[in-house]
Write a protein that binds this ligand. Structure first.
Ligand code: FMN
Length: 169
């Protein structure tokens, strides 16, 4: 599949088959995150892979949606503010770096026939506490992952047009 085909294939999956994801595939998806670019190559990220049901249910208290709990895997993408690059004006690039790595994850997953969904509307304090994270680590996104319950194929995406989002000068 070409890159554009994978990007078109990826969509937010919120219904998963009740089957586990092979460890090999989880590792392939994490490898895609590992090789992502980051500001000054500081790689200020850490990923917590949750497959244990008890832990999953605890984390799901920070994002109370039934579909979320049903994902066989939840990848918790954390940014490490003690390691991220700060520009001279103080701008912290942590979120940008983690977002790039997470996008690598979602696209690699799509390439392997897996479904994912970015989740950011979670209770950040609760999630941080549940996972017992140190202050320098921030949970940037939760990524539920599994085999999509149905094959919806490739649909046209509801997106702005090129004319709306691009200025040529
Ligand atoms: C940064 C970010 C945060 C998001 N947070 C959530 C979320 O908390 N819950 C959810 O169901 N979807 C969430 N989404 C998914 C978006 O709603 C979805 O990507 C968008 O509607 C486009 O649809 P598509 O992913 O199917 O192409 C998030 C997406 C991004 C990029």
């Amino acid at each position: 599949m070409s890159f554009l085909e994978i990007a078109r294939k990826r969509y937010s999956v919120r219904d998963f088959k009740d089957i586990p994801v092979e460890k090999e595939k989880i590792l392939q998806v994490l490898e895609a995150a590992r090789i992502a670019p980051s500001a000054v190559n500081y790689q200020p990220w850490h990923f917590i892979v949750i497959t244990d049901e008890t832990m999953k249910n605890k984390v799901a208290e920070a994002y109370a949606r039934d579909w979320f709990k049903k994902a066989p895997v939840i990848i918790v993408a954390c940014g490490d503010h003690s390691k991220s690059w700060k520009r001279k004006d103080g701008k912290d690039h942590c979120d940008i770096d983690v977002a790039i790595a997470v996008d690598h994850i979602t696209l690699a997953a799509a390439d392997l026939g897996l479904g994912t969904c970015w989740v950011c509307a979670f209770d950040a304090d609760k999630c941080h506490e549940t996972l017992g994270l140190p202050d320098n680590l921030e949970v940037v996104a939760l990524i539920p992952m599994g085999y999509p319950a149905s094959d919806r194929g490739v649909k046209e995406k509801n997106r702005k047009s090129i004319e709306d989002i691009v200025t040529w000068k």
